[in-house]
Design a protein around this ligand. Structure first.
Ligand SMILES: Cc1cc2nc3c(=O)[nH]c(=O)nc-3n(C[C@H](O)[C@H](O)[C@H](O)COP(=O)(O)OP(=O)(O)OC[C@H]3O[C@@H](n4cnc5c(N)ncnc54)[C@H](O)[C@@H]3O)c2cc1C
Length: 355
C-alpha cells in the first residue's frame, strides 16, 4: 500500500485502529478510551469476543480478577459494557488485509470489505489469527444455491418455514439448533456421535428440546447433499455408525465443524515475527514498527503467558505508550478512576465540563 501524506478519499480517520475484537482487543479499547483516544475495531468474525465467544462461550473461566467465575459469553458482555462509554465503532465480518506506514506518520489500513482507515496508532490484538470456519466437503454441495448452505450462525427469521439441518456437535452447533427450535423452526441436528463436545448447559438445553420433540437428533456422517433441478437443497444422506445410509430432508444446511485460525495477511506487513508471533518490547508492547502495538495472544516477549489477564496488562501499557507517542508534550501522570474527575468525565460518570 502506498504511504501518501494526504487523506485517501473515503478513508475513515481515527486515533486508533484495533485489529481483533477478542477480550484483549476490547480491553484495549477501554484503555485507549481512558487516554481519550477514539477507536475503530475490525474483526473478521460476525460477533465480538474472539476465542471466548467462538471456542468456549458457555465454559466457565475462573481466573479473571474479581470475577470468581464467568462464562466466555459473560466476559465478552461485561467487556462490551465497559467500553460502551467510549462508543467504539465495530467493523465486523471483515479481515484487515493491509497495513502500511504513511509519510505523515499515520497508517493506512485496508480490509477485505474495502473499508479504508487512516489511524494514528494501530493495535494488533489478533490472537491466534483470523478465525475461519472449517468447511464441509461433501459431494453435491458445490452445485447447491449459495443460500442453502452456510458455515455461519443462522438468521432465525430467514429460517422460518424452512426445514433446517445443523451439522456439528460443538457449542455453536447445539446453540444454533436450540435457538432455531426455540423459535419454532423445524430442525434436526446431525453429528457423528451421540456424545457432544459441548458445554453441559448446551447439552441439557438440547436434550430438553429433543424430549419435547422440537429437535430431531441424528447420529451419522453426511455422505451426499441432494438438490432439485433448481439447485435447491432437498436433503442430506448420512451414514449411521452401523453402516446404514439414511436421508434427512432439509432445505437449509448449517455447518459447524469448528474454526481454524490462520495468521493470514498479518505476516506480510513487514513486522518482526518469530514462530508466527509478533515480537514486542515489554514495556510498551510496540512492534518493530513504531506506532504499531501488539497485545494478547499474538505477541511474544520473554515470560509471555497466553492468558487474558496478561493481555489486559499489555493493553494498559500499550495505551499509555501510544498516548505518550501521540502527545509527547502533554503531562502524563497516573490517575485513578476512583478519584480523577477527568477520567470520570471520559467514562461518562461525571458530565463533560464538570469539575
Ligand atoms: C478452550 C479454551 C479455554 C481457555 N480458558 C482460558 C482461561 O480460563 N483463562 C484465560 O486467561 N485464558 C483462557 N484461554 C485463552 C484465552 O481465550 C486467550 O488468551 C484470549 O482469548 C486471547 O485474547 P485475544 O484478544 O488476544 O485473542 P482472541 O481471543 O484470539 O481474539 C483475536 C481476534 O482477532 C481476530 N482477527 C485476527 N486476525 C484478524 C485480521 N487480520 N482481521 C480482523 N480480525 C482478525 C480474530 O477473528 C479474533 O476474533 C482459553 C482458550 C481456550 C481455547
Amino acid at each position: 500500500m502506498s504511504g501518501g501524506g494526504g487523506a485517501s478519499a473515503g478513508a475513515i480517520e481515527t486515533d486508533a485502529l484495533v485489529i481483533g475484537a477478542g477480550p484483549v482487543g476490547l480491553f484495549q479499547v477501554f484503555q485507549l478510551g481512558l487516554q481519550d483516544l477514539r477507536c475503530h475495531v475490525v474483526d473478521v468474525l460476525s460477533q465480538p469476543g474472539g476465542q471466548c465467544a467462538e471456542l468456549y462461550p458457555a465454559k466457565p473461566i475462573y481466573d479473571i480478577p474479581a470475577l470468581p467465575v464467568c462464562s466466555g459469553t459473560e466476559l465478552v458482555e461485561r467487556l462490551l459494557q465497559q467500553v460502551a462509554p467510549f462508543d467504539p465503532v465495530l467493523h465486523l465480518g471483515q479481515e484487515v488485509e493491509s497495513l502500511a506506514p504513511r509519510a505523515d506518520g499515520r497508517f493506512d489500513i485496508g480490509t477485505s470489505a474495502g473499508t479504508q482507515f487512516i489511524a494514528r496508532a494501530v493495535f494488533i490484538a489478533a490472537g491466534v489469527g483470523a478465525f475461519s470456519p472449517r468447511r464441509l466437503k461433501l459431494p453435491g454441495l458445490d452445485t447447491l444455491a449459495a443460500s442453502c448452505v452456510s458455515h455461519q450462525a443462522p438468521d432465525v427469521s430467514a429460517c422460518q418455514g424452512q426445514t433446517v439441518l445443523v451439522h456439528g456437535g460443538d457449542d455453536r452447533a447445539l446453540d444454533w439448533a436450540c435457538r432455531l427450535a426455540e423459535h419454532g423452526v423445524a430442525v434436526s441436528l446431525l453429528y457423528r456421535r451421540d456424545v457432544y463436545p459441548a458445554a453441559p448447559e448446551q447439552v441439557r438445553r438440547l436434550e430438553l428440546l429433543a424430549s419435547q420433540g422440537r429437535v430431531t437428533r441424528r447420529v451419522g456422517q453426511p455422505t451426499q447433499a441432494r438438490a432439485d433441478a433448481a439447485g435447491q437443497l432437498t436433503g442430506v444422506d448420512h451414514l449411521d455408525p452401523s453402516g446404514q445410509t439414511h436421508h434427512e430432508p432439509a432445505t437449509r444446511l448449517f455447518v459447524s465443524l469448528g474454526l481454524s485460525p490462520r495468521l493470514g495477511p498479518l505476516s506480510s506487513w513487514g513486522l518482526q515475527m518469530e514462530r508466527k508471533l509478533l515480537d514486542v518490547e515489554p514495556s510498551r508492547f510496540e512492534t518493530s514498527l513504531p506506532g504499531v502495538y501488539a497485545v494478547g495472544d499474538i505477541n511474544s516477549y520473554p515470560g509471555k503467558l497466553k492468558l487474558i489477564v496478561c493481555g489486559f496488562h499489555e493493553a494498559t501499557l500499550a495505551a499509555w505508550a501510544a498516548a505518550h507517542r501521540l502527545r509527547p508534550d502533554a503531562p502524563h501522570h497516573l490517575e485513578y478512576t476512583t478519584s480523577s474527575a477527568r477520567l470520570q468525565r471520559l467514562l461518562g460518570v461525571l458530565p463533560r465540563g464538570a469539575e
